[in-house]
Design a protein around this ligand. Structure first.
Ligand code: ATP
Ligand code: MG
Length: 351
């Protein structure tokens, strides 16, 4: 049996080049080596956009188009639509009991999101709950590996903690057990490991925040060449002129390093930039061309799923995959409930 991967995206907009370097690239590469479950966190999209069901529905389909466009393969991996998997919601409740409220609220990723998205103190009760829900997503599939960007590491640490606690408390796994041996020691949940991508955290075109689909600072995988040029043109560096010595550690160079494939060219650009021999505009054009070369074939594949026929195929596929995903998640839930002495007879979902 191959080890399992669980990872995914929230349908809060289309996927961007930060997703590619942070997580998608690894997903595509690991599809044969691992039994992969890729999840669309559509329930979690409601935690900040409960008033926008139409948008969430549209973004759910758009994300699957992005997945297909980058080469995530429904013949090899299972695509999981979160709201079709009841065991995840049930598991969220069970795990919520094992996590102190203050522990969840201390999570730095949540705090950062509250600030960056301007949620103030008016966010929904469901908003912090999504962090617990994410533990349930991962654990429902008893995943071994989770390919993510570094903003997710705090969430994953919490997931590892709650998995250990469950296995100690309900399965008698000794607290001295090595993370790698929890399942062997009788735990329901293996302790999942993060796998951070080639670029752990790509900055956005604002030059400050993490590139995020909901912050208006993203270059999307589906952007046309012109749009890509316009957006790279806006990357903020604060540099005043082309002759001013530039800082090859600035936001623009994060893009150079992430997207210009030729290592010698990257080194050359950094050197002449530091000496004030090249303008930001020229570097930006080169970055735009490199990004366009990366996403052009994705854009092309994506077009094959545009329109009502393509979208109907996606809905059909999600429904078919839900059956396979539920088989695994129901098995996990039954194991967890048995460990908690909540086993009062079998049940079967029909689809
Ligand atoms: P939102 O603004 O709605 O939170 P997002 O752009 O942060 O959207 P998510 O769906 O939260 O995207 O994240 C999906 C995956 O992509 C996660 O594994 C996350 O770590 C990774 N990721 C997101 N943004 C970046 C980035 N800028 N650099 C590297 N990885 C990223
Ligand atoms: Mg995010």
């Amino acid at each position: 049996m191959r080890p399992r991967i669980l990872t995914g995206d929230t349908p809060t907009g289309r996927l961007h080049v930060g997703h590619w370097v942070g997580s998608l690239e690894n997903r595509v590469r690991l599809q044969d080596e691992y039994d992969c479950y890729f999840l669309i966190a559509n329930m979690h999209a409601f935690t900040t956009r409960a008033d926008k069901p139409d948008e969430i529905r549209r973004d759910t389909i758009e994300i699957v188009k992005d997945w297909l466009a980058v080469g995530m393969d429904p013949e090899r991996a299972t695509f999981v639509l979160q709201t079709e998997i009841p065991a995840i919601a049930e598991l969220t409740w069970l795990l919520a009991m094992l996590l102190p409220f203050n522990r969840v609220m201390r999570n730095p990723t949540l705090k950062e999101e509250i600030a960056a998205k301007g949620l103030g103190d008016q966010y929904s009760f469901g908003f912090p709950l999504y962090a617990v829900g994410q533990c349930a997503d991962i654990l429902a599939f008893r995943a071994d590996l989770v390919p993510v960007g570094d903003d997710q590491l705090a969430h994953l640490e919490m997931c590892r903690e709650v998995a250990r606690r469950f296995d100690h408390q309900y399965c008698g796994v000794p607290t001295t057990t090595d993370d790698a041996d929890y399942a062997k020691a009788g735990g329901v949940f293996p302790i999942p490991q993060p796998k951070v991508g080639r670029v752990a955290r790509l900055v956005g075109t604002d030059g400050v925040n993490k590139m995020s689909k909901s912050l208006g600072n993203a270059i999307f995988l589906s952007d046309e060449a012109k749009e890509i040029q316009k957006k790279t043109g806006k990357i903020f560096t604060g540099r005043q002129s082309a002759t001013e010595p530039g800082d090859p550690k600035n936001a623009l160079f994060e893009f150079v390093n992430a997207f210009i494939p030729d290592e010698a060219r990257r080194a050359e650009l950094a050197a002449i930039y530091a000496r004030g021999e090249i303008g930001d505009g020229t570097v930006k054009q080169e970055v735009a061309a490199a990004i366009d070369a990366l996403v052009a074939p994705m854009r092309e594949r994506r077009r094959g799923f545009d329109g009502p026929a393509g979208e109907a195929r996606i809905v059909e596929m999600l429904h078919a995959h839900a059956a396979k995903a539920n088989a695994v998640a129901e098995e996990t839930l039954a194991m967890a409930k048995a460990a908690m002495k909540l086993d009062f007879g079998p049940r079967k979902l029909s689809f």
